[in-house]
Design a binder for this molecule. Structure first.
Ligand SMILES: [Zn+2]
Length: 203
């Protein structure tokens, strides 16, 4: 995927449609800085507004991602290539998040356990310091657990083990769900059963 080519193509289609960056941004409910970032190839439009953007510019998502008009006969082949690339970009992002989650999760556990052990060891000498250390260790552990869970939630999807539906549940549902590793018991919006969900990186 050539973001610079896509950017130039967006700029060209926008001008052909007689729109300024500001007017296009207003139609999409975003800042003109975001439009400028796309057009200079520094970012891609979010998947959530891609369809709307393409509608305004009179092009297909496939053409947007390729950065040029596509002849009908090549359409399917190019569409598949674009989809694969977008999924790879997303998967890479999710893998990075999953690694960050593991690192933060474990370092938090180490720090909090160390603090609690120090707290216990100082109990005989100074009980006020000991209690403070234990409390602090406990808080670090709690914050770390919530933070790691939020990161887990943000990296990829959850797959219902009953109907195999893949989706992103609410952060709250994930935080309060019973879990084993990154597998969680959630209520599936598709089959509405409360079952184990497996963490998956791709939709
Ligand atoms: Zn289900």
């Amino acid at each position: 995927m050539d973001m610079e080519k896509t950017g130039k193509f967006i700029a060209k289609c926008r001008k052909d449609a007689g729109l300024t960056q500001a007017v296009l941004a207003e139609k999409l409910g975003i800042t003109d800085r975001a439009v400028s970032k796309w057009e200079t190839g520094r970012s891609l439009p979010d998947a959530s507004i891609m369809l709307e953007l393409c509608g305004i510019l009179g092009i297909s998502v496939n053409e947007l991602l390729t950065g040029e008009k596509i002849a009908m006969e090549n359409y399917k082949e190019i569409a598949e290539k674009n989809l694969t690339e977008i999924m790879n970009v997303e998967k890479e992002k999710n893998t990075k998040l999953a690694k960050a989650e593991a690192f933060i999760g474990w370092s938090g556990v180490v720090v909090s356990l160390f603090t609690i052990v120090c707290g216990i060891l100082t109990a005989a000498e100074n009980s006020a310091v000991s209690i403070a250390l234990c409390y602090f260790g406990g808080i670090v552990m709690l914050v770390d657990a919530v933070y790691a869970t939020v990161l887990e939630h943000d990296s990829g999807y959850y797959e219902c083990q009953n109907c195999k539906h893949r989706y992103i549940p609410s952060t709250k549902a994930v935080i309060f769900a019973v879990h084993s590793g990154s597998d969680r018991i959630l209520r599936c919006p598709e089959c509405s059963k409360k079952v184990w969900h497996k963490k998956v990186l791709n939709r």
